[in-house]
Design a protein around this ligand. Structure first.
Ligand SMILES: CC(C)(COP(=O)(O)OP(=O)(O)OC[C@H]1O[C@@H](n2cnc3c(N)ncnc32)[C@H](O)[C@@H]1OP(=O)(O)O)[C@@H](O)C(=O)NCCC(=O)NCCS
Length: 157
């Protein structure tokens, strides 16, 4: 299967929001939600897609002068554990470094053990906690803040 990682274009937002709903059934984002986020200076979206499977993974991020942030990341259930999230994060780290950002940050629900394992596996460390940050139909949930330094290592320079 020939998969490619590329910039998300506006005409694909409907398809991306469907994959987002598969990844986040409790809080799916509409096309409008995506458009509002992508209108922020420094925000962009990237995806993994193939002609056979369509869009299988996405990431939205915000790259600022010092910090970059993962706004959302998701991989379609059928495409998980094939390294797609890791590839999207590695690509974001490269883009953020290129633009001079020094740190990559994210927030994750404290009970999202799969995502936390992913972030640990690519070098993120726990920076803090926001108790009751997420408001869900089932109640409030804690958020954890993770970060990773984007400083160049000897191998990368
Ligand atoms: C979390 C998510 C993005 C991971 O995507 P993925 O493409 O399956 O992840 P990868 O294949 O790149 O995984 C890389 C590593 O992360 C860890 N990992 C990923 N998912 C994991 C899981 N469910 N359980 C345990 N470890 C996991 C593993 O160490 C994995 O390496 P391995 O497969 O060699 O063991 C995906 O499960 C998803 O979309 N979940 C729903 C949305 C979500 O929670 N997004 C994050 C919100 S902050």
């Amino acid at each position: 299967m020939s998969e490619e990682l590329r910039l998300l274009v506006r005409s694909e937002l409907g398809a991306v929001s469907k994959v987002h709903a598969e990844c986040f059934p409790v809080d799916p984002w509409s096309v409008r939600d995506f458009m509002e986020l992508l209108a922020i200076r420094g925000a962009s979206g990237h995806l993994v897609a193939s002609s056979e499977a369509g869009i299988t993974a996405f990431i939205l991020d915000l790259i600022g002068p010092d910090d970059a942030e993962i706004l959302t990341i998701g991989v379609a259930p059928a495409a998980r554990r094939r390294g797609l999230a890791r590839v999207l994060i590695a690509d974001l780290m490269k883009r953020a470094r290129h633009k001079g950002a020094r740190r990559l940050l994210l927030e994750v629900a404290a009970d999202n053990h799969g995502a936390i394992a992913l972030y640990n596996s690519v070098g993120f460390v726990l920076l803090g906690e926001r108790p009751g940050y997420y408001r869900l139909p089932s109640g409030k949930a804690d958020a954890l803040i993770f970060g990773v330094s984007l400083a160049r290592t000897a191998e990368q320079s």
